[in-house]
Design a protein around this ligand. Structure first.
Ligand SMILES: [Zn+2]
Length: 144
């Protein structure tokens, strides 16, 4: 008789894999169009803010010849704040439902996969879930 042993990390990994993906499906074409346009607006605004921050970072850190220059304490503080703000924008966009991280689609229904803490389009999420199911089977077979 084989004995099934599971360490704590594997246990939580399996629990996360087993959590079901949440899918948001919009069937009404008019609502789909509104959703897609809202996503595009949010992405464009996020990109615009990121570019504004980058422009300010270049303004602070480069001299008029485009070479790095030493910064004052106040400029260092501002550069640090800009970096944190820029990271916040890129993280919030990546975590959002606005696009699929794998295929970059902005006009599909999306599924949230708890294991990745990310939204993926329904097509990519099906592939990911299948990959996870196969991985789980392999892990279970290996440990028995
Ligand atoms: Zn996708």
């Amino acid at each position: 008789m084989s004995r099934f042993r599971l360490d704590l990390n594997s246990f939580f990994t399996i629990i996360n894999i087993m959590k079901k993906a949440r899918t948001i499906i919009i069937r009404n074409p008019k609502l789909r169009k509104i959703r897609n346009n809202l996503r595009k607006i949010l992405i464009l605004e996020n990109v615009a803010r990121g570019e504004k921050i980058s422009a300010r970072e270049r303004e602070i850190s480069l001299d008029k010849d485009g070479k790095l220059r030493s910064l004052t304490t106040g400029e260092l503080r501002e550069a640090s704040r800009l970096f944190r703000e820029s990271s916040k924008y890129s993280t919030s966009l990546r975590d959002s439902i606005c696009f699929c991280e794998l295929c970059l689609s902005t006009d599909k229904d999306m599924s949230y996969i708890p294991r990745f803490r990310r939204w993926f389009c329904v097509d990519c999420s099906k592939e990911l879930e299948e990959d996870q199911r196969l991985l789980l089977e392999e892990q279970a077979n290996f440990k028995i």
